[in-house]
Design a binder for this molecule. Structure first.
Ligand SMILES: [Zn+2]
Length: 89
């Protein structure tokens, strides 16, 4: 009973458990095929990617907000210094 490699399609010898063409393990039965291809649900990975994007956007927004606040604080400090100078003069 001849079997073929699931990766490259080369003919597999029944006494060898590894494909001689590409080195992939020979699929002996359906159990090996199932274990070789673990079913990963795509929905959780997609939602996690969306969460990462949201977190990145939130971090960038926080940084911009902090920069704006610090700039406003510097402007206020400059106004205070200018007011003191104006009072002395
Ligand atoms: Zn192969």
């Amino acid at each position: 009973m001849a079997s073929f490699c699931t990766k490259c399609g080369a003919a597999l010898s029944p006494d060898k458990q590894i494909c001689t063409a590409c080195g992939a393990p020979a699929a002996a039965g359906s159990a090996v095929g199932v274990s070789a291809q673990p079913a990963l649900p795509p929905a959780p990975s997609g939602s996690s990617a969306v969460k990462i994007i949201v977190i990145v956007i939130a971090v960038i927004a926080d940084v911009k907000l902090c920069v704006a606040v610090s700039k406003a604080g510097r402007v206020r400090a400059v106004y205070r210094i200018a007011a003191r100078v104006a009072e002395k003069v």
